[in-house]
Design a protein around this ligand. Structure first.
Ligand SMILES: Nc1nc2c(c(=O)[nH]1)N[C@H]1C(S)=C(S)[C@@H](COP(=O)(O)O)O[C@H]1N2
Ligand SMILES: [Mo]
Length: 457
């Protein structure tokens, strides 16, 4: 197997599934040898002087004949490549086929009412490619014919709106639109980790979050068009067209800000069927369940609806056996994605520690990173742009000395909220909840270079 083009990038990518780990180790071993050869050859060439180092560097990736100083152009530098539009819709390189969203075996009884997790450890920047966006369906997904889909807007009684209206997609797309970057996080993200370490990789511990640019019409615009009675209208009910009849109450305060969008666009194209094609609600900062997919109806009312999805599900169990309802905001949170569980560090030396931070309350203000389990912290670089209720990418330099390290990140948002430790969170919320776990994540880098999910007592 020829060494891959970018060894560092390749070697730091996680085994996507811990079941694949043995295969991945083999790749890592080969890669390791490959990199040493590369460095040795480049060094030898540099000593020889002249133009040789460049030749060595260029020749090495395709060498194999043992002489690093002979420049051998690879096949792809000599012949004709493939023609344009070989694929009318382009796909990732075949070398990237291990980057997949995955479901956690045994998590749910059926695969229609289940979750697939986004491979956070393999992604760069802040935008989740649409085909890798996490999925959460309560009753399976549909590819709905957009020419047949309708959005109805009505009031809980006749006086609530001047006129109830039914919109086709074409009609909605004629209206003034907005495009905004936001994260969506399922309230149950990291939910398996409340009591103890449960899953091996950050894909499974944190992969129920994704971030896209959404395009659509502010819900406020639509309600105004219908002549909403804003003196009485205080809550909105959103309803989906799939078999789960997903229904959620959205408070007026969120709608007034203009942030709630009836969206048809995601990352420059129409929504993907798995994410609600052709229409979904975007409710920035709020847990995923309120982002109703296959949106077919909006009702304006004067009180919370208390539907099944807000009474039975998505309530936070508290230590005393009581539960908290309508805690729908996604609090400040972060996770280091490299190095993270299941990855193997190649060697001691330099690493770019990288991760994601977010807050449902607004912008991320700072992220601190520790490599000694929280005794010392260093401020990470926040990559621009830092946007409200959106993922923020952070990076920080690290020289690994080969000894065990406990890698953590701690985010602070612009409202001053700081991500809690597991100790702090459990003191208030207990350890038997499912939803809204925003605790600081710890990855243990072992002497072997293998990284494990751990929780500090
Ligand atoms: N109609 C409908 N909307 C829905 C759901 C659903 O099952 N049906 N699942 C909800 C939940 S619990 C989440 S976390 C998000 C997931 O959105 P995604 O599948 O686009 O990631 O959609 C929400 N909206
Ligand atoms: Mo969810």
């Amino acid at each position: 197997m020829p060494p891959p083009p970018s060894l560092a990038g390749r070697l730091l990518k996680a085994p996507e599934n811990f079941l694949d780990r043995d295969d991945i180790r083999t790749v890592f071993r080969e890669g390791k040898a490959g990199r040493r050869d590369f460095i040795r050859n480049a060094f030898a060439a540099a000593v020889a002087g002249g133009a040789a180092p460049l030749a060595a560097a260029r020749a090495n990736p395709v060498a194999g004949d043992g002489d690093p100083n002979i420049l051998r152009l690879p096949e792809h530098s000599r012949g004709l490549g493939r023609p344009v539009a070989t694929d009318g819709y382009g796909k990732p390189s075949r070398y990237e086929s291990n980057v997949q969203r995955r479901q956690s075996p045994g998590l749910t009884q059926t695969t229609q009412a289940s979750v697939s997790f986004a491979p956070l450890q393999s992604l760069f920047g802040i935008v989740t490619p649409s085909g890798l966006h996490f999925e959460r369906h309560h009753q399976g997904w549909w590819d709905i014919d957009p020419s047949k889909h309708r959005l109805m807007i009505n009031g809980s009684d006749e006086a609530m709106l001047k006129r109830a209206m039914v919109f086709t997609l074409d009609e909605l797309m004629r209206l003034p639109s907005v495009s905004r970057f936001h994260f969506i996080e399922c309230g149950a993200n990291t939910g398996m980790e409340w009591g103890n370490v449960a899953v091996p990789t950050c894909q499974y511990s944190h992969g129920m979050i994704s971030c896209s640019e959404f395009t659509g019409v502010p819900l406020k615009t639509l309600l105004d068009l219908c002549g909403a009675d804003w003196k009485r209208g205080r809550f909105v009910l959103a309803e989906g067209a799939d078999g789960s009849s997903m229904t959620r109450t959205i408070p007026r305060s969120l709608i007034d800000s203009g942030e709630v969008i009836v969206a048809y666009g995601q990352n420059g194209e129409m929504l993907r069927p798995e994410n609600g094609y052709p229409l979904r609600l975007v409710v920035p900062g709020v847990q995923g369940v309120s982002w109703v997919k296959y949106l077919r109806r909006i009702e304006l009312g004067d009180q919370p609806y208390g539907t099944k999805d807000e009474v039975l599900h998505y309530v936070d169990l508290m230590p005393g056996g009581l539960h908290r309802q309508y805690s729908s905001l996604q609090e400040v949170k972060s996770v280091v994605t490299t190095p993270s569980g299941g990855q193997v560090l190649l060697d001691r030396g330099y690493y770019n520690v990288s991760g994601l931070a977010w807050s449902g309350r607004g912008k991320v203000r700072r992220v601190d990173v520790s490599v000694d389990g929280g005794r010392n912290w260093r401020m990470a670089r926040l990559e621009q742009p830092v946007m409200s209720k959106c993922l923020t990418r952070f990076n920080v330099d690290w020289a690994w000395d080969g000894r065990p390290a406990l890698v953590q990140s701690r985010a602070t948002d612009e409202t001053g909220h700081v991500q809690p430790s597991y100790q702090q969170l459990r003191a208030v919320r207990g350890s038997r909840s499912i939803y809204h776990n925003n605790a600081i994540q710890t990855w243990l880098v072992q002497e072997s270079g293998e990284v494990r999910n751990v929780q500090l007592a």
